[in-house]
Design a binder for this molecule. Structure first.
Ligand SMILES: [Zn+2]
Length: 243
């Protein structure tokens, strides 16, 4: 096994008592998988990275050298963590093309001030960086069918018992709107509508960020919604504009 400890500092790792780092492996074009390993999924990631290095990175070395110097993405995508809603696959994203934030049910929570370590801090920091530093021109929130997060939103009454509930409850306005306007529809139809309305909740919350609101108003930033139907391979796209 090509194990090395040269990448460590030699100092104790920042880990809980009783844990240690092991199996440090440099994965490049010369990587040879350990035939005795039983970590099938992680081994596949390493093997895929080796393929990437050989088939993509090395033949495009000038591009990757340029990207190493900086990035200039024009779009930010906010998508669900769902393994079937893979933005790189859906939109053919190349390195340097898009900022991507993924979370349960692709939610943006309202802005609560820059000094508040609120529950949306990770998403908020990404939005702030994308808009104020990277000068992103488009933000797209992408919802999808069969979303577990939206199903939790639609089926639960109590959102206080776990982190998922606490996270998705921001979509309650979407749930309430669908339940009020379409009580005659089947649950699956309501679910589908809620997936799209939840995207609009996130777009509305995006506009609570002062720099987002200001740039959208000035025409320098555009916000969009999308919904991916993963059973039929159908994408619905819409834009939000000022009336
Ligand atoms: Zn989802």
């Amino acid at each position: 096994m090509s194990t090395t400890t040269t990448t460590t500092t030699g100092q104790p790792a920042i880990l809980p008592e009783g844990y240690e780092i092991t199996n440090i492996v440099a994965v490049d074009e010369n990587f040879n998988p350990d035939p005795t390993s039983e970590q099938d999924v992680v081994d596949k990631l390493k093997a895929k990275f080796k393929d990437f290095k050989i088939e993509v990175f090395l033949p495009n070395i000038e591009l990757f050298e340029k990207l190493a110097e900086g990035q200039d993405p024009k779009v930010m995508l906010i998508t669900c963590i769902d393994s079937r809603c893979n933005p790189t696959m859906l939109f053919g994203l190349e390195a340097g093309e898009a900022f991507v934030v993924r979370n349960v049910a692709n939610f943006v929570h309202p802005y609560e001030g820059q000094h508040v370590a609120h529950e949306n801090a990770a998403v908020g920091a990404a939005i702030e960086l994308a808009v104020t530093v990277m000068d992103i021109k488009h933000i797209v929130v992408v919802g999808h069918s069969n979303c577990r997060g939206i199903k939790a939103l639609m089926t639960r009454d109590d959102f206080t018992t776990d982190l998922v509930g606490n996270w998705v409850k921001v979509g309650l306005p979407a749930k309430e709107k669908v339940k009020q306007l379409y009580p005659e529809l089947s649950f699956d139809e309501q679910l589908s509508l809620c997936q799209k309305e939840a995207v609009n909740v996130s777009l509305k919350n995006l506009l609570t960020y002062p720099y987002v609101k200001e740039r959208v108003k000035g025409g320098g930033l555009h916000i969009h919604g999308m919904h991916y139907n993963l059973r039929h391979g159908r994408l619905t796209s819409w834009d939000i504009v000022r009336k």
